[in-house]
Design a protein around this ligand. Structure first.
Ligand SMILES: NC(=O)c1ccc[n+]([C@@H]2O[C@H](COP(=O)([O-])OP(=O)(O)OC[C@H]3O[C@@H](n4cnc5c(N)ncnc54)[C@H](OP(=O)(O)O)[C@@H]3O)[C@@H](O)[C@H]2O)c1
Length: 444
């Protein structure tokens, strides 16, 4: 096992001399930028931190691909386990993404006593407790500031600065692709398909955008945010998520008319019965700070009884912002290595009660198409009442013999809202449920 421990007394003398060996798993958007900066900005980093870094080994898939940094002999390998086991590598940075082989590589590095930095929300939201336990056993840090919000510092504030706050709610716009698409639709009346195409052209969306537009990417981040905010492990499988594919321009217009904008929101709540995390499009009141987060920007809004509310906003992705977050973790891990004592943050969480989505209270906006007959509204209201859902407001716009009916409910259990929805099937005058979008409010 390769462990580096430098005694405290040694630190003063050698901190400027000691070079820390870095091994990377992946050298794509984030990893490539990190290597370029570790090399190109080494003097500035040393001046500011007293640390010298040397990139010793990089694991990639395609050895022939051109890179954004100079490739010296032996630097690249297509065997990522060779990076982890390289005795000259002191700190391992996992920026390859995915579950396999990233998970086994991170575990192997931790088991070998090497600090690990990861930007991989998918891996952390799936195997967080196991990896954190491995790091604890080895007595080394496992840090992942870049996994949520890219360049926004949010993991440390949640796990350290706010450790004394009983955080009650975390709301996030944590996917830049979907926020870009929804901003385009709201501002310019673009259709979902046209906005997605433009996002692809500008590099804000992947050629296969499924993970982003389905809400899965945001769900992985919501799991991490909830786990850190509440100290209770919330895994990816605990997060209910829905995407933005069905959002229509028409509902953007209705939303604006009623003083809302539509955003893909991660909602993490602590209630008396446990914690919950969900991701879905939501009507956000225009005066809410998250309503002003536009384009590919990300933001996290934290609420607690003592702190009130806090907003963290910034670039949620991109090589440079994300590499800055990774670099901060690398510097922390290196400082700990040289100090020979725990310096970098430790993440702590324990199992707890997860409230299933059906038992979460939500408010609904429903866009119905109905036959414009007398008494339809009363029939709908009666079905909702029987399901335990009360209606907050109704707005109707006639289209010949049909009418668009916008119904906004008060907060009720998600299961009750679904029962109210099912009651509409019994009403022949309800021709179509054109849209259901949850409303962000005080759902308690
Ligand atoms: N991009 C962002 O803005 C951003 C923001 C926050 C977090 N992250 C996270 O950071 C991680 C990396 O993202 P990225 O955008 O940099 O990804 P990327 O551009 O696709 O780069 C992935 C890198 O990993 C290498 N790789 C993948 N699978 C491999 C395997 N099985 N064996 C060896 N090498 C392998 C690839 O090798 P080749 O180069 O040879 O293909 C590539 O260098 C992901 O977990 C992502 O979620 C990214």
């Amino acid at each position: 096992m390769h462990r580096i421990r430098v005694a405290n007394r040694h630190y003063r003398r050698s901190s400027m001399e000691r070079t820390i060996g870095i091994g990377l798993l992946g050298a794509g958007t984030v990893g490539g930028t990190l290597v370029r900066r570790l090399i190109g900005e080494s003097d500035a980093i040393a001046k500011k931190t007293g640390l010298l870094f040397d990139v010793r080994r990089i694991g990639v898939r395609d050895l022939g691909r051109s890179r954004a940094f100079e490739i010296t002999e032996g630097l690249l390998t297509d065997d990522p386990f060779a990076v982890v086991s390289d005795p000259t590598v002191d700190i391992v940075v996992e920026v390859m993404g995915g579950l396999d082989p990233a998970g086994d590589l991170v575990l192997a590095a931790l088991d070998a006593g090497k600090p690990v930095i990861s930007a991989n929300k998918e891996l952390i939201s799936a195997r967080g407790p196991e990896l954190i336990a491995a790091a604890e056993r080895a007595g080394v840090p496992f840090l992942f500031e870049a996994a949520v919000g890219g360049g926004i510092p949010i993991i440390r504030p949640l796990s350290e600065t706010l450790a004394g706050e009983t955080v009650t709610r975390v709301l996030g716009i944590v996917n830049g692709t979907t926020n870009y698409i929804l901003t385009k639709m709201a501002d310019e009346g673009s259709t979902y398909a046209a906005a997605l195409e433009e996002a692809k052209e500008l590099g804000y969306a992947e050629p296969d955008p499924t993970a982003d537009v389905s809400g899965a990417d945001a769900a992985a981040k919501a799991a991490i945010l909830a786990s850190l905010a509440f100290g209770t492990w919330v895994g990816f499988e605990d997060v209910h998520y829905e995407g933005i594919e069905a959002i229509a321009v028409e509902d953007m217009v209705f939303a604006a008319d009623f003083g809302y904008t539509i955003k893909l929101i991660a909602v993490c709540d602590r209630t008396g019965s446990g914690v919950s995390a969900r991701v879905h499009p939501a009507m956000v009141p225009v005066e809410h700070p998250l309503a002003s987060i536009r384009g590919p920007m990300n933001a996290v809004f934290i609420e607690g009884p003592a702190i009130g509310s806090l907003l963290f906003a910034g670039p949620g992705a991109g090589g440079d912002p994300t590499a800055t977050a990774v670099l901060g973790d690398v510097i922390d891990a290196a400082r700990e290595m040289l100090a020979g004592a725990q310096v970098a943050p430790r993440i702590m969480m324990s199992p707890g009660e997860i409230v299933p989505f059906e038992d979460v209270r939500t408010e609904w906006y429903m866009h119905l198409m109905v036959d414009d007959q007398p008494g339809v509204l009363a029939t709908i209201a009666s079905g909702f009442g029987q399901a335990g859902v009360s209606i907050r407001s109704v707005w109707q716009e006639g289209v010949d013999s049909q009418a668009a009916l916008i119904v906004v409910t008060h907060a009720a259990l998600e299961s009750s809202q679904r029962a109210a929805l099912a009651s509409l099937e019994q009403i022949p005058e309800v021709l179509e449920v054109a849209a259901i979008i949850r409303v962000l409010g005080d759902e308690s």
